[in-house]
Ligand binder design. Sequence first.
Ligand code: AMP
Ligand code: DBH
Length: 571
Amino acid sequence: MSAMPHAVPGADGADVNGWDAEAAGIGCQPGCTPWPPALAERYRALGYWRGESLADLLVMAARRHGERIALVAGEVRWSYNQLLAESLRLARGFAALGIRPQDRVVVQLGNQPEFFSVIFALFRLGALPVFALPAHRRLEITHFCRHAQAVAYITAPRLGGFDSHALAHQARAACPGLRHVLMAGDSDCFPTLRGLPSAAVAPLPPAPAASAVAFLQLSGGSTGTPKLIPRTHDEYFYTLRESARICALTDQSTYLCVLPAAHNFALSSPGTLGVLWAGGVVVLADDGSPGTAFELIRRECVTITALVPSLVPVWLAAAARAGDQLASLQVLQVGGARFDPQLARRVVQEFPAVLQQVFGMAEGLVNYTRLDDSPRRIASTQGHPISPDDEIRIVDDDDQPVADGEIGHLLTRGPYTIRGYYHAEAHNARAFTPDGYYRTGDMVRRTTDGDLVVEGRAKDQINRGGEKVAAEEVELLLMTHPGVHDAALVAMPDAHLGEKSCAFVIRRDPALRAVDLVRFARGAGVADFKVPDHIEFVDVFPQTPVGKIDKRALRVRIAEQLQTTNSALQG
Ligand code: AMP
Ligand code: DBH
């Protein structure tokens, strides 16, 4: 297979594998793959890409909805005008620190108003937020800072229950390129957002081109190091507009954000940014428990919210006792991981809001069931793409189309699906076809109605209730332990999360215990959700005929073992 032209254009935007990126006005940033000019032209002509940036989104929303409430977090309420003013104050402050257009800034914030003022400030500057999750720790944060060559890291003193000061010190020590660490909140050790030089100290640079990359989103990935996803203003704005339309958002909509705000689902499908575009209210929650969420739904008259499937059973149980607490809720979105059709049917029948299934990815393609679809379609499919120009191919292992209705690998390209990861040439050659389709790693079939059903996964990943764990990343980590000879991470069934992770380990040191390895992984500085949930010691790995580790056999082995244990417990 010949490699896709994973172009890394020069800063001058000169000829790139036959594409004149400058003339096309797209993806001229180093490390980013441009769209072919003819397609870019087409997406513009069709009105998908309108030359408006995500900074323009907030300016337009503030012009229309100025004094109306944009954000609610606890007792804090910010109007659109306040959000815009605060983001401009920060933009000036960042500029005064020397943060320039195109600079990368790792942003690790919880569901707090500052998440929005910070990212809109960076959008206005043309600097690129790199969206870390609150759960990320030293290894992930230092990797993002180094890989993106970030000049700044913006975090909060507390992330959930976690005191992030030590993490911030570690990041600064490990990343010499990091010129600034800023805290959203009080801190004795680091400069705060509040303390940034204010008002007209620094002039703002010209607004960024809408064709430029707006931010780097994270991929759940399947490789040893997490990949970064460059998304442009133009194409992301398109998904926000269309998602808002598909979800029937208006300025009367109120969205409850219970998932991490930086997650692509909560950010854009239609998420907080789609709601801000529509002029609605975004309510930020600290967690997704019904105890927290239902009270906010009642108090703020929430109309739409988004969950991962693992939250659904507790929401269903609590809804049965909720009285009229949920009376305002119109739409319950569920996505991010496999959603059991039986559970989906229960939501359709029992939950007092319309279910919308969402199958999306930070790389681009998003599918929705439509609000007026039949209950059967909503319960049994993951819907269809946002755009008529989303191209879908369902293929066998040799990239040949499967017959209609058969299961195959999902490949896609279109007006908002990336053409390459950030600075990842070798990986891009595998992750994209020569003609630019993204290999999603998902196994799907298409119904006669044109909906997609996710049937499985070919990528080496564990989807732990919507939190994605790249197997290789954890395997490499475990293999840095001197007592480990080899490791293979696979998914095992879990009643609550859908999947958890099981590490099969070949020991070098026979005295090594599972608890030692778990402690080791925890201490290594990775997000907690990547620490193996279970460890099995083995002498050899089963092999496929071509001599690779047979992970399917390992998955079967642990699933059978769990079943035996469960039967024994029940018997
Ligand atoms: P990421 O590429 O990290 O943004 O993760 C996106 C992946 O999450 C998809 O490629 C799917 O594997 C998975 N995913 C998202 N939504 C769904 C869904 N509704 N059903 C099944 N899997 C999903
Ligand atoms: O899982 C995802 O990444 C996801 C799910 C739903 C996503 O990125 C999205 C919608 O936009």
